[in-house]
Design a protein around this ligand. Structure first.
Ligand code: ASP
Length: 368
């Protein structure tokens, strides 16, 4: 209940007379708060680079992924299940470079990366440089749930994927004419890697479920023309993906090398977590004092949320630092207080968000 009431306020607040949270957490609570944000990549996404048909197809794809995740959350499902289902839909859609439609390596192969994290226990799984699994996010989840490890790579990860009985596809499953054309142009030096990658097509989802648990996941083909077994940020826990019930859930897209160097996903979560005691201290100072100068009551941590503005500022600060390093891209976030949003320093980002409060929107360009 605290979450529901907190949702009525837009800033850090003090609610000392609140009732404790509802105990029947296993029942579907129509009033329970949940939120989800998704992305399908960021980059130089301008109106003159996207045809009306592409615009429509991408919005439809984002819309159905968002609807699938929202339904799971609305029905009382877990954040982990919601983000997994959402990412599978985006992986199966050739408009994005995860799963079907993955970008090609320099050697004209596909090497896919994925990761997933559960904010309730900080368990995580990742797969790097893999092929074979139709849905790399399911491989990341299997690594998390069924192996003693956090990250598997290459052939070993493929073997684990088969042993786990995950659906396998032939190596040419991921190919699309569009992505083949991209790598052909790059290899024939018609365009540079920077031109080819005018946008990033990684997909990701973050969510908070009705029990307050957070989860994040990211899946990608990486960057066109990558070589030498290059791995980006997407499968790196703390860089491309992070979830922690105490702070937030993050999924990133963009120039992976910079996200790794800044540890972007963990950095944002850490800043939110560190802001927490400061917010409590600030609130404590607003409590009236008695004649002897003692506070008349002590603030309890569960009575607080960080405001929409504070969360956005923290995310924007980290993305600004990314830009200062020379990196471009963006992130989606969800918080334990129900906020779901984005921050990016590119012209656009394929994105969407939905909350129990009735928000449900998708967007492409920066000015939307
Ligand atoms: N971040 C991904 C990578 O560097 C690329 C992307 O976001 O599309 O591999």
């Amino acid at each position: 209940m605290i979450r529901n009431l907190l949702g009525l306020f837009g800033s850090t607040i003090l609610l000392s007379a609140m009732a404790p949270a509802a105990s029947a957490q296993d029942m579907i609570d129509e009033d329970a708060r949940w939120s989800i944000a998704i992305h399908g990549g960021a980059g130089t996404i301008n109106r003159d680079k996207i045809t009306p048909e592409q615009d429509k197809a991408i919005r439809a794809a984002l819309g159905s992924a968002l609807a699938a995740g929202s339904k799971i959350l609305k029905d009382g499902g877990s954040a982990m299940d919601a983000i997994t289902a959402t990412i599978i839909i985006l992986e199966n859609d050739p408009n994005f470079t995860a799963g079907k439609g993955a970008v090609f390596t320099w050697d004209k192969t596909n090497e896919l990366d994925s990761s997933i994290m559960d904010g309730s226990d900080l368990s995580a799984g990742a797969a790097a440089g893999i092929n074979g699994a139709k849905n790399p996010i399911l491989l990341a989840r299997a690594v998390k749930d069924k192996s003693p490890h956090v990250m598997l790579s290459g052939e070993g990860a493929n073997q684990f994927s088969r042993e786990q009985g995950l659906e396998q596809v032939s190596p040419d499953y991921y190919a699309t004419p569009y992505r083949l054309d991209q790598i052909e142009k790059l290899l024939s030096k018609e365009v540079s890697a920077a031109d080819v990658d005018y946008k990033y097509g990684t997909v990701g989802a973050v969510a908070m479920d009705s029990k307050g648990n957070m989860a994040a996941g990211t899946s990608t083909g990486g960057m066109t023309g990558k070589r030498w077994g290059r791995i980006g940020d997407s499968p790196v826990i703390g860089a491309g993906t992070y979830a922690d019930n105490r702070s937030c859930a993050i999924s990133a897209t963009g120039a992976g090398e910079y996200f790794i160097r800044l540890g972007v996903a963990h950095e944002i979560c850490a800043r939110i977590r560190m802001r927490w005691p400061v917010a409590i201290e600030e609130a404590q100072q607003t409590v009236p004092k008695d004649e002897e100068g003692n506070y008349t009551y002590a603030i309890h941590a569960s009575e607080f949320m960080l405001s929409d503005e504070e969360i956005q500022q923290i995310a924007d600060d980290v993305i600004a630092e990314l830009g200062e390093l020379g990196g471009d891209g963006g992130i989606i976030y969800a918080t334990p207080w129900g906020q779901a949003g984005y921050s990016f320093n590119t012209a656009g980002m394929y994105r969407g968000r939905a909350t129990s409060e009735g928000e449900a929107s998708v967007a492409i360009y920066g000015d939307e």
